[in-house]
Design a binder for this molecule. Structure first.
Ligand code: 13P
Ligand code: SF4
Length: 312
């Protein structure tokens, strides 16, 4: 049937109560989704919330690997994702068969793996990390231990430079953070000479080199709240600016540009698939639902549990 005329916000609120559902949203979601969510966070915060909630239903407004993580940690809950096509270029860059072969070729290495990957790749990994927990987790691994890091070569390269650990990197990238232009960023810095730059470690090194702060989405948000000055250049997916404007309305936030000089090309096309309409339908129909083979879930949970223990 047609959804025209429905008060989607009111209907989502009604269904949330009726279903005893919790709505979890990532900072890259549309403002109206962030605003209706019970909790907005980075990948680590969202995993912890999913593991802890006593709701019967988790409506996950993010991408599929995040909703899968919620299911792995909370198997007894119904986990719905408004659009099952919401994937991730990092996940796509790391097919499980190729990752298995890569591991087999380096039997003396452990696999430290970014959470932006499939459940199958999590099951093939030893420890999962997020951008907010990677350094802390890495510091707990003995210096002589050899490490494979995948699938994000930019996060891996950043960690290697920062900690001096030499890791074998899988060559994956995030298409969103890959799209920032150094030339356009430098032009913007000339226009705003006093504005610091905050960047996500999924950015290439030539962007991170200009950053005053590098961290996860929640780290960047925290920097926005505490930084000196009144203008910040934000080198991550621009929907996070919605939370910054809510938290510090008197400051000015500018999305770092792509090659065309604006930040529209840095919108994550996967995150953008979720809409209020699809969230409403997901709560109404309890579909599309994340389902997972139990043996796969248990294997993937081992590496996620290590992350949760080492990050705390
Ligand atoms: P964080 O929110 O953990 O920083 O992750 C960013 C991201 O790209 C998620 O896909
Ligand atoms: Fe994946 Fe990049 Fe989108 Fe995050 S922003 S979901 S890493 S494609």
């Amino acid at each position: 049937g047609s959804l025209t005329g429905l008060d989607l916000k009111a209907e989502i609120e009604r269904l949330r109560t009726e279903r005893n559902a919790v709505i979890l949203a990532h900072y890259y979601q549309k403002p109206e989704i962030q605003d209706i969510a019970d909790f907005v966070g980075d990948s680590l915060d969202l995993s912890r919330k999913a593991a802890d909630t006593d709701a019967d239903v988790i409506a996950f407004c993010g991408v599929r690997f995040m909703a899968e993580t919620a299911k792995i940690l909370s198997p007894q809950k119904i986990v719905v994702l408004p659009d099952m096509e919401a994937g991730c270029s990092l996940e796509d860059s790391c097919p499980p068969d190729q990752f298995r072969a890569f591991r087999a070729a380096h039997p003396d290495h452990i696999a430290l793996t970014y959470i932006n990957c499939s459940a199958e790749v999590k099951a093939l990994s030893d420890i999962i990390v997020t951008s907010s927990s990677a350094e802390k987790i890495l510091s707990q691994i003995p210096a002589e231990q050899k490490i494979i890091f995948g699938p994000d070569k930019h996060l891996g390269g950043y960690l290697a430079r920062k900690t001096g650990r030499n890791m074998l990197l899988w060559p994956g990238v995030c298409i969103v953070h890959e799209a920032f232009s150094e030339t356009e960023l430098l032009k913007l810095k000339v226009q705003h000479p006093d504005a610091p730059v905050a960047a996500h470690p999924e950015c290439p090194a030539y962007i991170l080199d200009h950053a005053d702060y590098v961290g996860s989405t929640s780290g960047i948000l925290n920097f926005a709240k505490t930084m000196p000055g009144d203008t910040l250049i934000v080198a991550t997916e621009p929907h996070i600016i919605h939370q910054m404007e809510k938290a510090v309305p008197d400051k000015h936030f500018i999305g770092a540009p792509g090659a065309d000089g604006n930040c529209n090309c840095n919108v994550c096309p996967y995150m953008a698939l979720n809409t209020m309409e699809k969230l409403y339908l997901a709560l109404r129909d309890l579909e599309p639902r994340i389902e997972m083979d139990e043996a796969l879930r248990l294997e993937a949970k081992k590496s996620l549990d290590r992350m949760l223990a080492m990050a705390s």
